[in-house]
Design a protein around this ligand. Structure first.
Ligand code: UD1
Ligand code: MG
Length: 457
């Protein structure tokens, strides 16, 4: 069933104490609002209307190209007033309109779907939750089992304040009726605001059934108003993610110390130690082990590869059974074949290393093509940049590069060549030969080291 979704995002978020509009703060690397827009899309919304106000231009820019409609609400005179601004943008062909909050990011699509089904284009469906401490929230007032009204905390009588069933702010209603009700709202209440919640009493007065559905968890209806609430929801999100991974067989050293900001897919027998961050799209094949405190973004890691602690990877491909780290850095375009070893303080950028190649310590490989079984010595670097252009270094199979070499690109090093340690190589080195480019070692017989003059006291 096609659907309108209205997302309220005009509020200020004073308690965030931030210059960034509240709904642009992030959970799992995505803005709060983006989570809600994604949920709307998953629900099959054919028209998503975002109500902006505070930081409107910035909020709207953050959703560029996403097909959402925007309406501005200035000033902000309450949720009912916000909804009034959205009325002209609602598509009458959609019988149901769902209202979501841009600062309630983890709304479950299953719950929202239940609410939309309960509305069915004919009834007013409210998402509610029982809270141990309901203060501040709108209370669900019932007569018998029938919902009669929502009363805001500030307008509630002491008896109503004792009610623990609260309104989450999320509702689904018949588009045509909601439009009419919203335009008839008044602001004669304690806060002089237009309350969207007053549509409940209007529905009751017209004999339109009002139904309440309860939320599946507090996290899915929790709003973000402060840095603490933001962090709490981040942890709730990450824990749920960690549990899903473990259910699929991934072994996490500690589900409370994992952060996935994007999509992480794993084969069987994958182990992940504490403190790792995965961003963008990451795939770990069967038997991959990730050591503690790695940051891995947009990377594929092949079967049985081992990644030691404190390794960074960004847009890399790692071959099967490779051994990477600790303290390794793979930058965009690093493509490592099977059984490649990259050790501590080695940086690889825009380079391919064929099967079995090794760079175990303190090295830089940039814009290089490295053959099979190459041994790339400690402290060696490709000088790939002449200040204006990048050049390639091509190293054949079975080459041995000694320690502390500078390979000045463009450069070809033939199969089986050996480069003596400490060489600066700026001409092609032939296959199979030893090439050395450094001054000859000399010793001076009879040379005396200068002596310090004796101290005068
Ligand atoms: C509202 C409900 C209350 C419910 C609570 C749940 C009303 C009158 N009350 O409370 O019953 O328990 O949510 O959190 O609806 N917003 C706008 N424009 C405005 C006012 C608000 O876009 O003029 C947005 C805010 O940015 C926020 C959301 O609407 O995302 C809710 O606003 P907030 O002021 O937090 O809720 P209340 O009105 O206090
Ligand atoms: Mg308010």
């Amino acid at each position: 069933m096609a659907l309108n979704v209205v997302i309220m995002a005009a509020g200020k978020g004073t308690r965030m104490k931030s210059t960034i509009p509240k709904v642009l703060h992030r959970i799992a690397g995505r803005s709060l609002l983006d989570h809600v827009v994604l949920a709307a899309a998953e629900l099959g919304s054919s028209r998503t209307v975002v109500i902006t106000g505070h930081g409107a231009a910035q909020v709207e820019a953050s959703l560029e190209g996403r097909g959402t409609h925007f309406v501005r609400q200035e000033p902000q005179l309450g949720t009912g007033h916000a909804m009034q601004q959205a009325v002209p943008s609602l598509d009458d062909a959609n019988e149901t309109t769902l209202v979501l909050y841009g600062d309630v990011p983890l709304i479950g699509t299953e719950t929202a779907r239940k609410l939309v089904a309960a509305c069915a284009g004919r009834q007013l469906a409210l998402l509610t939750i029982e809270l141990a401490d309901p203060s501040g929230y709108g209370r669900i007032v019932r007569e018998g089992s029938q919902v009669r009204a929502i009363v805001e905390h500030k307008d509630a009588t002491p008896a109503q304040r004792a009610i623990r069933e609260t309104y989450t702010g999320i509702m689904a209603g018949p588009t045509r009726l909601l439009k009419r009700w919203v335009m008839a709202l008044k602001n004669d209440n304690a806060q002089r605001e237009y309350y969207l919640t007053d549509v409940v009493a209007m529905a009751v007065a017209e004999g339109v059934p009002v139904v309440a559905e309860s939320a599946a968890s507090e996290a899915e209806v929790a709003g973000v108003n402060s840095p603490l609430q933001l962090a709490d929801l981040e942890r709730a999100y990450q824990l749920a993610h960690a549990h899903a991974l473990m259910e699929a067989g991934v072994r996490l050293a500690d589900p409370a110390r994992l952060d996935v900001r994007g999509t992480l897919t794993c084969g069987t027998d994958v182990e992940i130690d504490v403190g790792c961050i995965f961003e963008g799209t990451v795939h770990l094949a069967d038997g991959v082990r990730i050591g503690a405190h790695c940051v891995i973004r947009d990377t594929r890691i092949g079967e049985g590869a081992q990644v030691q602690p404190f390794t960074h990877m960004n847009q890399a491909v790692v071959g099967a059974r490779a051994e990477i780290g600790p303290f390794a850095r793979l930058r965009p375009g690093a493509e490592l074949g099977p059984e490649v070893h990259i050790g501590n303080f080695v940086e690889v950028k825009n380079s391919t290393l064929a099967a079995g190649a090794k760079a175990n310590h303190l090295a830089y490989l940039g814009d290089a093509t490295v053959g099979e079984r190459v041994n790339y010595g400690a402290g060696s670097i490709t000088a790939n940049y002449d200040g204006a252009n990048k050049h390639r270094t091509v190293i054949g199979n079975d080459v041995h590069i000694g320690s502390n070499c500078v390979l000045v690109a463009p450069l070809n090093i033939g199969d089986g060549a050996t480069i003596g340690g400490g060489s600066t190589i700026n001409k092609d080195a032939p296959a199979g030969q030893l090439t050395i480019a450094r001054s000859k070692q000399m010793s001076f017989a009879g040379w005396k080291r200068p002596k310090k003059a004796p101290k005068v006291t």
